[in-house]
Design a protein around this ligand. Structure first.
Ligand code: ADP
Ligand code: MG
Length: 765
């Protein structure tokens, strides 16, 4: 069996020998050559000699690639670094560059001719410019560049708005490929195209080899990268791949490739940029070519392997001390309950307790739609831990939420002799110090804080359970933190972002999942309406009737200051306006992220105590806030929010027995899609369904808030589209970790995945 080449050998093509199975291996002589070469490499500047996937992009200028000088290479490195969110362009490698994929492919072996155009057809046409010029419109405020061109058979017209520089690009006689949707102008009897993509052909100083890659074949079309348009990029990729030929190591064992019907990495990277002549362009454009399949599989495979490793590493370390539960503790847990649990809550609590009693540390995700009652379940688990003599910590994403939990928990456990404390960044240094000391001494039973709680250098006396609220994160990084402090506690992560099962499996590959799929009794579903600005007065009237009958309301804005987005209504401005001109007889409050924590806390407390009738807020109120008397949620610029976020916001109302309303104000004149999207909110209150839709529309990165969620961003994979490949990758990763666990091959794979920063495995190593 041939094992993938993991090293960074200067593999030299000419010293490979073909084997019977069609692959190749180095000959003895080749190995000796390489060794001699490596010995010398210390004396030589390696970068001059070796071009590998690991070569920094910035060094590419040393490799004699036409039109890739120092400046261009540095710019490229910076652009790619920005795409991959690397802080340091030096970290951008040729491999990263090769993952800058074409946005589409054109079959230029079959260019459409002008006399073959059809009204409405999207096609590429190669033409020669005859005449072009700029026309002013609307008294000169708009400028149109138009040109007429011909392919010898027929004439076309192409035009662009406000791009007068095109005057210089298109001279008489310039040969160009135009791509766009062609429309027949019936008056003039000519095909026209508006704002087409274009590519000027036949640059004189271009060598014939390079110029041949741009036409008469299947060509990749790249999105502009910095200053580089598709044509120079295509040239760079072409030369780069030529120089790399043979030096793109295979990372997966050949048996896996054949079992999963995958092409080699070498071939995949080559053909994803330059599809071969017999390739189907549609397959490439629809991301289902063999090249795409291979690269997507690989990406998902490493993820699956990383997740599998994480789970194994967590289970390897037992907790040490065990949680017990007897009748006394059962009675205590029951006694603190302010209401009867729903069946779903009971089931989930059982799952949690059973984890806690086991000797492996719990790593459980508790999912439940907004308002499903996750908090009380978590509190019960915390009580079990405390009754066993452990300390427990609850972490919330914002101070507002931490404070709400603090008030709530203190009230619920008030009959027990527990010490409950709050620790937030805005507390005085002296107060914080006192809390820390008490924590270290083991005097505090329940500590509530923001997520920063464990990041700071906090020491616990006997930490047994950590609850992380409203965060969809692997939870692993936090665990790594805790481990460094010498704990391996039970961890319960709670989220109201309903993650479709398919996604949860991957995203939380190392978490067990519990779901509360039932709302507490007596809730009436929130009524949702999408409205345009023309209904504003009516909406205000409606809010007034609710406020008069003693209810409370929220008005939510996307951002707080009119910096860039001038068309957005400013929360503070609107607050003034609403208070003075619309609701002068009511008490209004404002809440936004720029306020000091203490101010926020005051406003929240006042709203919860009904000293404020209407709260104008930004999305800081998004998660967790629980004021059952509020019955109206008005969201301005609803079209700017994702569906899952709207659902979260809507979840702030409908928490009591009274009927509640969510009004989505949208400027849906803007797009039909926005209207269609928002109407999903009118149709359903089911968070899971909404998340599925959101996922279809926006992709996982957006839905999960990639950066915060710890979900690695994918370069190619799409968890919805590629579910079957995901399954396959998971199976293969499991095989590798179970059946082939002790092989050298697996060892090399593990070493490889540990080096990939995207999977964060270094953190727990
Ligand atoms: P979330 O799951 O969104 O965090 P919460 O835990 O804040 O929801 O619960 C929402 C509201 O429902 C709270 O006011 C809580 O007290 C109440 N609640 C939770 N469980 C029940 C129940 N079984 N019966 C009645 N009310 C409940
Ligand atoms: Mg909550």
């Amino acid at each position: 069996m041939q094992v993938g080449n993991y090293g960074q050998y200067p593999s030299l093509n000419q010293i490979r020998e073909p084997l019977d199975d069609g692959s190749s291996a180095r000959s003895k002589r080749g190995e000796r050559l390489i060794q001699a070469f490596r010995a010398n490499a210390d004396f030589l500047n390696r970068e001059w000699l070796l071009l590998t996937l690991e070569t920094p992009i910035a060094d590419l200028s040393k490799h004699g690639i036409p039109r890739l000088g120092k400046k261009t290479a540095e710019n490229l490195a910076a652009e790619i670094a920005a795409i991959n969110a690397h802080p340091d362009p030096q970290h951008s490698t040729v491999e990263d560059l090769l993952h800058y994929l074409p946005m589409r492919y054109e079959d230029r072996s079959r260019l459409t001719r002008v006399d073959g155009l059809i009204d409405g057809l999207s096609a590429s046409v190669e033409v020669t410019v005859r005449i072009g010029g700029v026309l002013p419109f609307k008294g000169g405020r708009l400028k149109l560049f138009e040109m007429f061109a011909t392919d010898g058979q027929g004439q076309i017209r192409a035009f662009w708005w406000n791009q007068i520089y095109l005057n210089r690009v298109f001279q008489r006689g310039t040969r160009v490929i135009l791509f766009g949707q062609w429309k027949l102008n019936r008056y003039k009897g000519i095909f026209e195209v508006e704002n087409p993509d274009y590519e000027v052909l036949g640059d004189e100083d271009e060598d014939p080899e390079t110029s041949a890659i741009h036409t008469a074949r299947r060509v990749p079309v790249y999105r502009k990268l910095g200053d580089l348009r598709t044509r120079p990029l295509r040239g760079i990729f072409h030369h780069l791949l030529q120089k790399l030929a043979g030096d793109i190591p295979e990372l997966l064992p050949s048996v896996m490739l054949s079992r999963c019907d995958l092409i080699s990495r070498q071939k995949a990277l080559q053909s994803i940029h330059f599809p071969s002549d017999d390739a189907t362009v549609e397959d490439y454009n629809e991301v289902r070519s063999p090249a795409h399949r291979r690269l997507i599989f690989e990406e998902l495979f490493w993820l699956a392997l990383a997740l599998g490793l994480r789970r194994r590493e967590r289970l390897r370390e037992p907790k040490g001390e065990m949680i017990e539960i007897d009748d006394r503790i059962r009675e205590v847990v029951r006694s603190i309950l302010p209401f009867a649990l729903t069946d779903a809550q009971k089931r989930v609590l059982r799952e949690i307790i059973s984890d806690m009693r086991g000797d492996e540390p719990m790593n459980r995700l508790l999912q439940g739609d907004v308002g499903s009652g996750k908090t009380i379940v978590a509190i019960q688990a915390m009580v079990v831990a405390v009754e066993n003599g452990y300390q427990t910590a609850l972490m919330a994403p914002t101070e507002i939420l931490a404070e709400q939990h603090f008030r709530n928990i203190r009230r619920i456990v008030s009959s027990r002799p527990y010490r409950v404390e709050l620790l937030t960044g805005s507390m005085k240094i002296r107060e914080k110090r006192l809390v820390r000391e008490a924590l270290r001494a083991g005097e505090i039973d329940i500590i509530i804080g923001t997520h920063a709680l464990i990041q700071e250098s906090i020491e616990f006396g006997r930490l047994g359970l950590v609850v992380i609220d409203e965060q969809h994160r692997f939870g692993v990084l936090q665990r790594a933190q805790l481990r460094r402090q010498g704990f391996n506690p039970d961890v319960l992560v709670m989220t109201a972002t309903p993650i479709p099962r398919s996604l949860a499996m991957t995203v939380y590959g190392d978490l067990e999942v519990s779901v509360i799929d039932q709302l507490p009794p007596g809730r009436t579903p929130v009524r949702t309406h999408v409205r345009g600005d023309d209904r504003r007065e009516q909406i205000y009237e409606f809010i007034r009737t609710q406020l008069v009958s003693g209810r409370q309301a929220y008005v939510v804005y996307p951002i707080i200051e009119e910096s860039e987005k001038l068309d957005l209504r400013n929360a503070t401005e609107m607050y003034d306006h609403l208070q003075r001109e619309v609701f002068p007889e009511f008490r209004l409050g404002i809440l936004h992220g720029r306020m000091k924590p203490l101010e926020k806390e005051e406003v929240m407390t006042a709203f919860a105590a009904h000293q404020i009738d209407l709260l104008v807020a930004t999305t800081v109120i998004e998660v967790g806030i629980d004021v059952p008397n509020s019955t109206v949620m008005l969201i301005e610029h609803a079209e700017r929010f994702g569906l899952s976020q709207l659902h979260q916001l809507r979840g702030r109302v409908g928490r009591g027995a009274a009927e509640s309303f969510c009004i989505l104000l949208a400027q849906y004149a803007k797009t039909k899609e926005a209207r269609a999207r928002l109407s999903i909110m009118e149709e359903t209150n089911d968070g899971f369904l909404i998340a599925e839709k959101d996922l279809e529309i926006r992709g996982p990165g957006e839905v999960m808030g990639t950066r915060q969620s710890g979900v690695p961003t994918f370069r190619l994979a799409n968890l919805i589209r590629d579910q079957r490949l995901l399954e396959l990758a998971r199976r293969e990763a499991e095989t590798q970790l179970v059946e082939l666990a002790l092989t050298r091959e697996t060892e090399l794979m593990i070493r490889h995945v540990r080096k990939m920063p995207r999977y964060g495995l270094a953190e727990i190593g």
